[in-house]
Design a protein around this ligand. Structure first.
Ligand code: IPE
Length: 249
């Protein structure tokens, strides 16, 4: 499960959670028929500072940018606390993992990811919670890692039956913003650009679709649904037909 930062926060306003949507989505996650891993985006706990200080470009000698990098990690940890509290309130025993600790980058790409702690938490019957985060980068000092990339990585490691990307739009469109919603996207379907709204340092919807395609290639059933509309996530998890996009490998 990827809870997009635009659903659980107001992406334009620094550190503004959407607590009602978060607790409703946590309730909907109870419809998951089996073990569950929750990855959440950073939303305005990450993108606002990451954009202002160009954190995805890596480290230089500017101490203010180092401070911003450390602040982003602290802020996404705080959002993880809110996410895991909402899950526990819904009866799901959430345990948070720090992505910063598990991941290493090189030139902005994932170099290594320690899956074992996540797999162990899952095997112990808990719900692991991870997030997009800052991470150390072998050649750039540090960088930014999207939760969508973690989804692709975990899909290969854990081989879930289903992966759901929860966003604030109905799914993947053939063109944005004036195109048609695609109920299915195959590997060769061309999807027009757009979608990102200027707050996103990790690739917007095009990046999300690329990662969703990687997840599908791991043999996983992949859905993109609108988490702002009550019931769609629960229906998807219960295997009921609903508005959204299925991404095929
Ligand atoms: C972004 O993670 C990480 C940071 C900006 C620190 P995501 O790419 O998963 O976040 P959302 O879903 O777009 O908010």
């Amino acid at each position: 499960m990827k809870l997009g930062g635009s659903v659980i926060t107001d992406k334009a306003t620094y550190r503004a959670p959407r607590l009602e949507d978060l607790s409703r989505l946590a309730q909907e996650l109870r419809a998951a028929p089996g073990p569950l891993v929750v990855v959440h985006g950073a939303g305005s706990y990450g993108h606002v500072l990451a954009k202002e200080f160009r954190l995805a470009e890596g480290r230089d000698r500017d101490a203010r940018r180092d401070a911003a990098f450390a602040q982003v990690h602290a802020d996404v940890r705080e959002l993880s606390v809110l996410v895991s509290e909402a899950l526990r309130d819904a009866g799901l025993p959430a345990i948070t993992h720090s992505t910063y600790d598990l991941a290493r980058l090189d030139s902005g790409r994932l170099l290594s990811f320690a899956h074992a702690p996540v797999a162990d938490t899952l095997a112990a019957g808990f719900v692991p919670v991870l997030s997009g985060d800052g991470a150390l980068d072998a050649s750039r000092g540090w960088g930014i890692l999207s939760g969508d990339v973690i989804m692709a990585e975990l899909a290969r490691a854990l081989r879930p039956e289903r992966a759901v990307f929860v966003t604030d739009v109905d799914g993947i469109y053939d063109r944005w913003p004036d195109g048609a919603l695609l109920p299915r996207v195959g590997p060769h379907d061309h999807v027009g650009g757009g979608h990102a709204r200027g707050h996103d340092v990790t690739g917007g919807m095009a990046g999300k679709l690329a990662r969703a395609r990687e997840v599908a290639k791991a043999g996983v059933e992949v859905h993109v649904v609108n988490g702002a509309v009550p019931g769609r996530l629960a229906d998807t998890l219960a295997g009921k037909p609903t508005v959204g996009t299925v991404v095929l490998s």
